[in-house]
Design a protein around this ligand. Structure first.
Ligand SMILES: *[C@@H]1O[C@H](CO)[C@@H](O)[C@H](O)[C@H]1NC(C)=O
Ligand SMILES: *[C@@H]1O[C@H](CO)[C@@H](O)[C@H](O)[C@H]1NC(C)=O
Length: 404
């Protein structure tokens, strides 16, 4: 108890105030909190202590991780904070003077017994910016322990970065490689803009979704490159207002809405806009998948997918309301998720299978529109479309020919 005031004094002395363009910015340098950044020593505690100081300071605060490799176990960067804005800075602050693109790297411990949930968790923070850096999940050692691709009740491995209950967040120019599970996950994020992300993992790494989004609102993802072992972006249940633009996706499973309708109490997914995306060598282009035996009714509505280029994609356009990956399905149920106002516009390129368009609805889909679709099969013969309970409106050029 007697040591508390002394500790506080030290913390205050370590906060540096700089003046940039009039507004004072407080910089909290993790090296002042004992972080080594040498890739060997464990920097978990120094980083969490530095976060407490940064989060507790009022005004515009930068938590600086200067170039180096910070070797860390699971960390929780939680608010609420006093800082009006908080920048988690892994990028060299003056990029113009340095062509070498030096930045900080966060490198994950490979000892799975240390992890209870995810690796890096930002939570309950308003006005956070994560700028630059390399997030290396060191996942290859963990992938053999992932049973989720074949067991429904599997133990889920740690996601590299999770944003939970965050508001007004920006994530810029961050590189994520080899996560143990997902690269980035959003849970109940409100207003989050992610730009310039570089996401990569081996094409055969299990469940390494690029960005998974759940129960969030106001999400924008622009100018990203995502090549991974699972979905580039997966839009799960309970989301409203997801905008994706100028993304290169592949290798991987493509872009998906879902899977939806697996658990009780799932929310609707509304207002999704995906445009100007190039898919290269992916399993799917855009896919909406819902479980056929859903415990709760929900809806997926008001979605526009436009200006998409498919390069050697197995299933460029696919709606599958009989998703059922774990057991032999009898297909005797109708999915409780209803699909409404789903538009595909200007979708071009090549497929590696003859079925280029698959519209497999449960309860008949409402307001499906396909406009200007031109998908060519790489092998012999043409492409075709398959439909179940899907009456779409067709506008403009159509190849394959619409199903009747
Ligand atoms: C915010 O500031 C108040 C007053 O200085 C302080 O008591 C509190 O601990 C600070 N909050 C955090 C998260 O550090
Ligand atoms: C099509 O919709 C009807 C009405 O909801 C349903 O009874 C039927 O099982 C559905 N068919 C398929 C193939 O899912």
């Amino acid at each position: 108890m007697a040591r508390r005031p002394l500790l506080l004094l030290v913390v205050v002395a370590l906060l540096r105030s700089t003046s940039a363009g009039g507004a004072a910015t407080i910089t909290v340098d993790v090296k002042d909190y004992g972080a080594k950044g040498n890739g060997v020593d464990d920097d978990t505690k120094p980083l969490m202590t530095a976060w407490k100081a940064a989060c507790g300071s009022a005004g515009a605060v930068t938590m600086l991780l200067s170039p180096g490799t910070y070797y860390i176990g699971p960390v929780q960067f939680h608010g609420p904070c006093n800082a009006s804005t908080l920048t988690f800075q892994l990028q060299a602050s003056d990029r113009s003077s340095c062509a070498c693109a030096v930045q900080g790297t966060l490198k994950a411990d490979t000892d799975l017994s240390r992890f209870r949930n995810d690796w890096i968790e930002f939570g309950w923070v308003t006005g956070l910016t994560v700028a630059g850096g390399v997030i290396d999940g060191q996942g290859a050692a963990a992938w053999p322990f992932n049973e989720c691709p074949f067991r429904k009740d599997c133990k889920v491995l740690p996601t590299s970065v999770r944003f939970v209950n965050s508001r007004n967040t920006a994530v810029r120019d961050v590189t994520s490689v080899n996560p143990k599970f997902f690269h980035i996950a959003l849970l109940q994020a409100k207003n989050i803009r992610m730009s310039g992300l570089r996401i990569s993992a081996s094409p055969d790494s299990p469940n390494t979704d690029g960005i998974h989004i759940e129960r969030s609102a106001g999400v924008s993802i622009t100018d990203a490159r995502i090549g991974t072992g699972d979905d580039c972006i997966s839009i799960g249940q309970g989301n409203d207002g997801v905008d994706v633009a100028r993304v290169r996706c592949g290798p991987g499973h493509g872009m998906s809405v879902g899977s939806l309708g697996r658990y009780a109490g799932e929310g609707d997914v509304t207002r999704v806009h995906v445009r100007d995306v190039v898919f290269t060598g992916t399993d799917n282009g855009v896919r909406i998948k819902t479980w056929e035996n859903s415990p709760t009714k929900s809806s997926a509505a008001h979605m526009l997918f436009e200006n998409l280029l498919m390069e050697d994609v197995r299933n460029p356009i696919i709606i599958d309301q009989k998703y059922c990956p774990y057991y032999n399905c009898e297909h005797k149920y109708v999915s409780g998720v209803t699909l409404e106002d789903i538009q595909f516009k200007n979708i071009k390129g090549t497929t590696t299978t003859p079925v280029a368009v698959m519209l497999r609805c449960g309860v008949p889909c409402q307001g499906l529109v396909l406009q200007d679709v031109d998908l060519k099969y790489m092998g012999q013969g043409g492409t075709s479309a398959k439909c179940e309970n899907a009456t779409a409106k067709y506008v403009g050029y159509q190849f394959p020919k619409p199903c009747t």
